[in-house]
Design a protein around this ligand. Structure first.
Ligand code: RIB
Length: 312
């Protein structure tokens, strides 16, 4: 059997400052919180950690990113070292390592996030060109939108030119041009991201299908709309699948659940799994992550994912 090619992630690391409270403050107001944690996060880093852990010893995950020269950068490197993520870092002393304010609603575990990308917001197309060989040798290239779009475009283009499978997780939501969408084998928006990209409010499966069709018409290869507790809706030009969530236990926190899905899905594609199996693998990775606190800290190992799939 040939070796599995690595998952290469472009994205940023954030130190997540996580506040648990009954509700968010209004402008000019102070509310008392119930808990605080400083946790590793950032969509790209979370996806790389999810991928490295889901791949296990048979695979590899790299992250292309920028870090400042500060304590949060040390936190990033420690997290990657623990998870087995291979860093491809440009150090950038002119800015800080990324950080995110995360409000967690105590009653539901749902979140609202502000990202200050810092050095991650200064990733350039040149950073990607410098890692062109790594990208060309990937099994899957995946990115998001916390770093500049032009860096994402360069990575997607390098991957596409080499025949590498490309995934764009369009988070946080942003307007995207058709040329960029056409570089994506898979686009993985959540409901609000799908709405921003298409103008179609996504509230159920039927509206997710309509949004997916609008994105297919703009040149995307296939669309996976992540629907939270309703699982995922997959649509390409021939196939439509609705894959429900895989329940791994009570929901503790949903931060990073989308990242868990994307990291797991990328690994499954890199291993050549059929699309339905790959979607279930992503759902199992996400299902396990929401049973634990934190984002990167909540990512599951391959043994746990395989065990959950075996009994589901
Ligand atoms: O997707 C969750 C992530 O979004 C958090 O870890 C936070 O850092 C933001 O990037």
């Amino acid at each position: 059997m040939s070796a599995v090619k690595p998952v290469v992630v472009l994205g940023i690391f954030n130190a997540d400052a996580v506040y648990l409270a009954k509700r968010q403050p209004k402008i000019g107001e102070t509310v008392m919180g119930e808990d605080f944690k400083l946790e590793p996060g950032g969509k790209g880093s979370n996806q790389a950690v999810a991928a490295a852990k889901a791949a296990g010893p048979g695979g590899a995950a790299h992250i292309i990113t920028r870090l400042g020269r500060d304590d949060f950068a040390k936190m990033a490197r420690a997290v990657w070292s623990d998870a087995g993520v291979i860093p491809e870092v440009t150090e950038d002393a002119a800015s800080h390592t990324g950080s995110a304010f995360i409000f967690i609603e105590a009653a539901t575990g749902n979140n609202a996030i502000i990202v200050a990308a810092g050095a991650g917001g200064r990733i350039t197309p040149g950073d990607l060109e410098a890692r062109a060989d790594l990208i060309r040798g990937a099994g899957v290239f995946i990115t998001q939108l916390e770093q500049p779009i032009e860096a994402a475009r360069t990575g997607l283009r390098l991957a596409r030119e080499a025949g590498v499978t490309t995934i764009l997780n369009p988070a946080p939501a942003a307007e995207l041009d058709d040329a960029l969408l056409a570089l994506c084998d898979f686009l993985t928006p959540n409901e609000s991201e799908a709405e921003l990209l298409t103008g179609i409010p996504v509230t159920d499966i039927a509206s997710a299908v309509s949004a997916a069709d609008a994105l297919l018409a703009r040149g995307v290869g296939a669309v996976v709309v992540t629907l939270g507790a309703n699982g995922v809706l997959y649509r390409d030009r021939e196939t439509q699948l609705h894959i429900p969530v895989i329940n791994a236990g009570p929901v503790v926190e949903t931060t990073g659940a989308g990242d868990a899905f994307n990291g797991g899905f990328a690994v499954a594609l890199s291993e050549g799994m059929e699309i339905e199996t790959a979607l279930r693998f992503g759902n199992a990775t996400a299902g396990l992550s929401v049973t634990r606190a934190g984002a990167a800290s909540a990512m599951a190992g391959r043994d746990e994912i395989d065990a959950l799939l075996a009994k589901s």
